[in-house]
Write a protein that binds this ligand. Structure first.
Ligand code: SF4
Length: 359
């Protein structure tokens, strides 16, 4: 009698070969392209990644091109995907591979994990999918599938980091073609054994599923009790002068590090009519004569934080600007005309606020 991992592998392989979605990154064996797709797919939906993946690879077709690029070019190609830290790490990773491995992605999972931005899951994905090396990979999707298959009710053992999941995933990818089985586990979690309302009637491994047998398929895994994310209310100030609007580049650490944004000012509960002119002058170095606030904020959700950005406009006062650098472009600040954007691109949230303000 075959053990569970072998039985699952036998069921998953033909199912995946017949039912897999046709996704661009599944048509390649290039480890670099697979690496790019895996980084993009972290925290981003498949349909969004499909819009950016091909264009990114056209611009940076190989490790050498990416490693040699300026960070601003990489961020521009990433613009719209969000979570820009991933782009920075991918860029650093390409430089690491160029410097330490002659531009060739290593096939050893241990060496893969030494690449900046490549964790245990991504190393498993690259090793299994690109190199056919049987290497476990467990993310939230795979953990959910494995928890349900074995009716694991202890929340700690349901998590993606649980050693039992890594052992089981390892046994599964060893029991047949790793490239197929690794992707089959991911695909099952993404399309059939979904968080809410798993489609058990069409599931290839239903005969092995203990959660289904016990009627526990919707209660495993147990929903996480998340504390609400802290919320920041900020004025996003469009300081205007001669038809142009001031953008500032954010600091190199923290949220939206290094990205272009409108100047942001804390919105106090007493501020209703817009950011106070004095605060605008302190933050931007520009005096404004009038401020006008929009009533609806733009909401932006980060992993552990929510921003409510309240757009407002401030018209620069006519002053003698000959000695005031705030009125000119300079390092980390630029005045853009309507429709104009910085070369390095802007994050989606800035785009949304600019659109709301008619820029
Ligand atoms: Fe998930 Fe249902 Fe398949 Fe079990 S039978 S693995 S709960 S989809």
């Amino acid at each position: 009698m075959l053990d569970l991992a072998h039985r699952l592998a036998k069921l998953l392989e033909p199912w995946f070969l017949q039912h897999q979605r046709d996704l661009a990154w599944r048509r390649t064996r290039d480890p670099y392209a697979i690496w790019v797709s895996e980084i993009m797919l972290q925290q981003t939906r498949v349909d969004t990644v499909e819009q950016y993946y091909g264009k990114f690879l056209e611009r940076f077709p190989d490790i050498g091109t990416l490693a040699a690029a300026d960070e601003s070019e990489v961020l521009a190609a990433w613009s719209g995907l969000g979570y820009y830290r991933r782009a920075r790490l991918l860029h650093a990773g390409a430089r690491h591979v160029a410097a330490s491995h002659g531009g060739k992605v290593p096939d050893d999972p241990e060496l893969l994990r030494q690449i900046p931005g490549v964790g245990r899951y991504t190393a498993g994905a690259i090793a299994s999918i690109a190199f056919e090396r049987p290497t476990a990979l467990v993310d939230g999707n795979v953990a959910r599938v494995l928890s349900r298959l074995q009716a694991i009710e202890d929340p700690k053992l349901q998590e993606a980091g649980a050693p039992g999941h890594w052992t089981m995933a390892q046994q599964i990818v060893q029991a047949g073609p790793p490239r197929v089985l690794a992707q089959a586990l991911m695909e099952l979690g993404a399309t059939v054994c979904t968080p809410l309302g798993p489609r058990c009637e069409g599931c290839p491994v239903r005969s092995e599923c203990q959660a289904l047998a016990k009627g526990l398929q919707t209660t495993i895994p147990r929903p996480k009790q998340r504390a609400p994310s802290p919320r920041d209310d900020l004025w996003a100030v469009a300081v205007r002068r001669n038809g142009r609007v001031l953008l500032e580049q954010r600091a190199n650490d923290g949220l939206l590090a290094g990205m272009w944004c409108l100047p942001l000012i804390e919105r106090k509960i007493t501020d209703r009519a817009g950011a106070p002119p004095r605060a605008i002058a302190e933050v931007t170095g520009v005096k404004v004569k009038s401020v006008e606030a929009l009533t609806e904020p733009v909401k932006h959700v980060f992993t552990h934080r929510v921003w409510m950005l309240w757009p407002c406009r401030g018209e620069a006062a006519v002053v003698d600007v000959s000695h005031m650098s705030g009125y000119e472009d300079g390092p980390g600040r630029m005045w853009i005309a309507p429709g104009e954007r910085p070369r390095g691109g802007i994050p989606k949230v800035t785009e949304k606020v600019l659109e709301r303000l008619g820029y």
